[in-house]
Design a protein around this ligand. Structure first.
Ligand code: MSP
Length: 762
């Protein structure tokens, strides 16, 4: 990134619209925005793309669970991503949606082109399919998916296949030579070992151009169409097939810049910007970006992206922040909380400070705080934990006490001792330093160019710290006491202001709103318009008046942590209290789903509206799934292992909209078995008609496996999956809680009831 390029095209992954955005998504988008801003400052013709991935079974199901058509649903969620990026001042140049016509055209064009080249062919295939990951996996019948642990389904399909296997050697060579750059090294090695196959067990290996062994044939052809999915882009000329959602999604990087368009201007745009200079992705999707995507491009004879950089995960409470785990933090919470700290400018007339304007200003202020925190706190490429405590701590130590305080104390002294004009030490016969690039700046740039943002910011703060120390050592307030030391005073304050200028320019990509304010206070105008190399010292022009001064980062009170915690709860007020699971040892709080769009959303309260008697399956008790029991029964009555209920129901009421969020389905128990060393747990495999699921339930004390097999039961199908004993449990059984010890009585259908598996209870 250091040398000047005439164009720089960078992308984020396009985000799935089955969940509203959380700070995990914001993390990638922020990093991309930081890189884009820096390239613009360097004068590059920068194009920054983001957008949403809107097809596929997951989205179809989420829409269904939300009671909306897929298009209506995706319109809503896509808009929520876009408006969040706008709130945060993300400078994307285009926003691609895979349901847009321009995208569909691009996808169909490439697909057709590859069919014409025989790189894609039609064949029949039987295999194990993971619905969650939307991919066939290489496991035996009935085995769980190696990626997500959910039970796979046996699917036979006539499918289109991409000749991925033909590109194994070429991809290995391209990656080994660095022509296709994958960062960090650990991800590059992961991709290479996938491409090379299992060398240890192979009877025979071949050698790459670099002489490393690989197992020829380890890379299999890829199924690139589905007949089971409706919500997607049809294969041109054979419309019962829908193009595999990942192939559809990856093509966004080209369709957004004109690939597939008939417009000459769009075609030119494609020629100008393609290939991408950088695809920024999370580490879990490197195989799609570093294997499938380059192979598709090779097959089409198109240039490959220059680099793919994968970052790690944001963890919250020690696991990856994600909707399905229910451990997410919303960006909005941070914007709302930190926005309250933004100092109101005194010189703006009240009328200008109308609500909308002021809210925007607050959002941009708070977005800077989040940008800084995420990039400083987590070494890019590694996983890192997010916590409100750490956020507040960094804000106060680095931003308020560090940079903000340095700016305020320096500029206030210039105001006080030099009437707000940048002093000129030479006027007092004191010469300035030779202009140079400070070592911290050199370090900043080199770390930044390697996407080591945390280290780069550390270097920036070394400069800030050194400047602060310089002021403290030179004691300008003492120098001001005597007119004889006025030259020295001018020198110290000039130097400090000049170093602040350098640091501010350096920080602009990470702290765009703050840097613009400081630039203005320094009297330098609009930072986005400054093209000069501001990373060299002694370039501050003496004699210029400062702009209006004001605080930069006021200290944040500790109460903000509680405020954010409360806000998170309030934001999620439409979602249930966390469901109570009991496994054989303790009562667990299962992760609560994120929002109303989440299939796992369930009511907070226990009673059902009387207009919905049909929902009261299994007796009134069975309709109180979320009821928190008194503490004593939590530990003593693991009857809530299945979705147990108690007669002592909480009587607060819910709206019908809340009830419809619970997806209750009829299922048949196919397999029931004990789990070694888990006395109270049973592992069930249930058939929901369209899919099979694994559910772990704490009913082993009351039901033998034999009693359960073949029964038609009711499950809560849209409950977020969770792991117990290393096994995934996806759903809960509905049961009434009976007697003092809370014995669960499963809600079941009689054999005589004519009810299809998967039928919804409503
Ligand atoms: N739709 C696909 C990507 C298709 S790109 C052609 C997808 N979408 S996603 O919504 O699941 O978003 C994935 C990306 O969001 C990750 O690769 C990562 O960039 C970001 N993150 C989502 N959760 C995250 C964390 N908890 N932590 C860090 N990044 C996270 O995969």
């Amino acid at each position: 990134m250091s040398e000047k390029q005439s164009k720089f095209y960078l992308t984020t992954p396009i985000y799935y619209v089955n969940a509203r955005p959380h700070i995990g998504h914001a993390y990638t988008t922020i990093a991309a925005d930081v890189i884009a801003r820096r390239h613009r400052l360097l004068g590059d013709d920068t194009f920054f793309l983001t957008g949403t991935d809107e097809h596929g079974q997951k989205v179809e199901r989420s829409a269904e669970a939300a009671g909306l058509s897929p298009q209506h649903f995706t319109d809503q969620v896509s808009a929520s991503f876009r408006s969040l990026w706008d709130r945060m001042g993300i400078t994307y140049n285009d926003y691609i949606r895979t349901t847009s016509d321009r995208h569909k055209k691009g996808v169909q064009k490439l697909f057709q082109f590859l069919c014409g080249r025989d790189a894609i062919y039609l064949d029949s295939y039987t295999g194990q399919y993971c619905v969650t990951d939307e991919t066939f996996v290489d496991v035996p019948v009935g085995a769980p998916c190696p990626e997500c642990g959910r039970i796979t389904e046996t699917v036979t399909e006539e499918n289109y296949f991409f000749r991925l296997s033909s590109y194994q050697r070429q991809l290995i060579d391209l990656i080994e030579s660095g022509e296709l750059a994958i960062q960090p090294e650990v991800r590059k090695n992961e991709v290479l070992s996938f491409l090379r196959g299992n060398i240890a067990e192979a009877p025979q290996t071949e050698l790459s151009a670099k002489g490393t062994p690989y197992v020829a044939g380890a890379l299999k052809d890829l199924s690139v169409s589905r007949t089971s999915v409706k919500w997607g882009i049809p294969v041109p000329g054979n419309e019962k097939h829908v193009i595999y959602v990942w192939v559809d999604a990856l093509i966004n990087y080209m369709s957004a810049i004109g690939y597939g368009s008939d417009e000459p201007a769009e075609q030119k745009k494609f020629e100008h910007y393609w290939p991408a200079d950088l695809h920024l992705v999370g580490k879990e999707i490197i195989r799609f970006h570093c294997v499938y995507w380059p192979a598709l491009l090779l097959a089409a004879g198109l240039p490959l992206p220059k680099a793919i950089t994968a970052h790690g995960w944001l963890l919250f409470e020690e696991s990856k922040m994600s909707k399905s785990r229910g451990n997410i933090v919303r960006t909005e919470t941070i914007l709302d909380a930190f926005g309250t700290l933004k100092p109101k400018p005194q010189d703006l007339p009240g009328a200008v400070l109308n609500d909308t304007f002021w809210k925007q200003q607050q959002d941009l202020f708070a977005a800077d705080v989040l940008r800084y925190f995420l990039l400083r706190e987590i070494p890019f490429g590694q996983d890192g934990s997010f916590s409100f405590d750490a956020l507040l701590q960094r804000y106060n130590s680095d931003l308020a006490n560090g940079y903000g305080n340095l700016v305020s104390r320096t500029l206030n002294m210039i105001q006080k001792y030099f009437d707000g004009v940048i002093p000129d030490p030479e006027k007092f016969g004191v010469s300035r330093y030779e202009p140079k690039k400070m070592p911290d700046v050199v370090e900043f740039e080199s770390q930044f160019n390697l996407a080591n943002f945390s280290k780069a910011l550390e270097a920036a703060w070394a400069l800030i710290g050194a400047t602060d120390k310089f002021i403290s050592d030179r004691t300008p307030w003492k120098l001001a006491a005597s007119s004889e030391s006025r030259g020295q005073l001018a020198f110290v304050l000039y130097r400090a202001a000049d170093l602040i200028r350098v640091a501010t320019y350096m920080l602009y990509p990470v702290l765009p709103d703050t840097a613009a304010r400081v630039w203005d206070q320094l009297g330098l105008g609009d930072i986005r318009e400054s093209r000069e190399d501001h990373l060299i010292t002694e370039r501050l022009e003496p004699g210029r008046p400062l702009g209006p001064l004001g605080p930069i980062f006021p200290r944040a009170p500790k109460e903000l942590i509680q405020l954010m915690t409360d806000m998170e709860q309030k934001n999620n007020s439409t979602k249930p209290e966390p469901s109570k699971f009991v496994d054989e040892k303790t009562t667990h709080t299962s992760p609560a789903p994120e929002d109303s769009t989440h299939p796992g959303a369930a009511p907070r309260t226990s009673s059902l509206p009387s207009e919905n008697p049909a929902a009261q399956v299994g007796g009134s008790a069975a309709t109180t799934p979320e009821l928190p029991k008194p503490p004593a029964s939590h530990t003593e009555a693991p009857a809530s292992g299945p979705f147990a209920a108690s007669a002592a129901a909480d009587t607060s009421q819910i709206a019908i909209e809340d009830f419809v969020k619970i997806d209750l389905r009829v299922a048949r128990v196919l397999v029931a078995e004990r789990i070694p060393k888990a006395d109270k747990l049973l592992r069930l495999e249930v058939d929901l008609g369209s899919e099979k699921r694994q559910i772990l339930s704490g009913i082993a004390e009351w039901y033998t496996p034999e009693e359960l097999i073949g029964r038609r039961i009711i499950i809560i199908a849209n409950l977020a999956p969770r792991k117990m004993r290393g096994l995934e449990s996806h759903g809960m059984l509905l049961a009434a809680s009976h007697g003092e010890n809370g014995k669960p009585i499963l809600a079941t259908f009689a054999d005589s009831d004519e009810i299809a598996l998967g039928s919804r209870l409503k």
